[in-house]
Design a binder for this molecule. Structure first.
Ligand code: DUT
Ligand code: MG
Length: 242
């Protein structure tokens, strides 16, 4: 059996209910623990849709997705939520405290572990400056923190859960280039045994990924490392220079 946390797509095709054309066609890849798999492609290419199939927000129309060698449909909701942390493209905070938001998926974490997650996510600074710190109130939807702060709190929440698989949907885009670089450097150690799948807009976020999948109109049109794709893929070259 593949290692726990491994994500395998086997010839996956998906169309939204009621839509005529599929949004994803014949997607096959393996994301291994200890590796970063990056997905890049223009807006509407199907990147978010692909990630959303992993925690079963939707089910594949054809083909199969396996986690640690087990088909998603046999895994059960609880195992899925315990093993996979997803940071969605529009990260969501619910009304409560910073702590209650971080504990979603990490109920038994020590307070020190929450701070460690905040440090990695480059969020410890602004949390420690807020009155009440971990007890500071978050309004419904997280409207009383900035977009970049919300993104980092959601990354901290994902880290606190210590999953085997991480899904980051464009999670670094609201950060300035320097915070983005610091955060990704800090992520290396805590995610080193997990399968990490990153959707990115900025090529600089993914140049060191173990494999990059180039998605275009719902198909993987090229794959490889940054250096390989610079040589082999016109679509990738266009993304890099755009
Ligand atoms: N789509 C739907 N219904 C949905 C979500 C998306 O029909 O609920 C369509 C819109 C688009 C395609 O699926 O034509 C792919 O959308 P997705 O959000 O997966 O694209 P993306 O690659 O994540 O785009 P972006 O870079 O803008 O986030
Ligand atoms: Mg998207």
């Amino acid at each position: 059996l593949p290692e726990p946390g491994t994500v395998e797509f086997k010839d996956v095709t998906f169309g939204y209910p009621g839509a005529e054309a599929p949004v994803l066609s014949n997607i096959s890849f393996t994301a291994k623990p200890g590796q970063t798999t990056a997905i890049i492609g223009s807006t509407g290419a199907g990147k978010t849709t692909l990630l959303n199939l992993i925690p079963r927000l939707y089910d594949a129309t054809e083909g199969e997705i396996l986690i640690g060698g087990v088909p998603l449909k046999e895994l059960g909701r609880e195992a899925i939520s315990q093993n996979i942390s997803a940071v969605p493209q529009r990260p969501y905070l619910f009304s409560g405290t910073i702590e209650s938001n971080l504990r979603f998926g990490a109920q038994d974490a020590e307070e020190e572990e929450l701070w460690e997650a905040l440090r990695i996510a480059q969020a410890d600074g602004f949390v420690s400056e807020r009155e009440g710190q971990l007890e500071s109130k978050i309004s419904q939807g997280g409207t009383n923190v900035s977009g970049g702060q919300r993104q980092r709190l959601c990354i901290a929440r994902a880290l606190a859960a210590k999953p085997k698989t991480y899904l980051f949907d464009d999670s670094f885009s609201a950060l300035d280039v320097s915070t983005d670089a610091k955060l990704r450097a800090a992520l290396v150690e805590p995610t080193k045994d997990a399968a990490v799948i990153i959707v990115a807009q900025r090529v600089s976020t993914i140049t060191d990924a173990d494999q990059i999948l180039v998605l275009d109109h719902g198909e993987i049109v090229a794959r490889g490392t940054h250096e390989e794709l610079l040589e082999s893929s016109e679509t990738y070259q266009e993304i890099v220079t755009s």
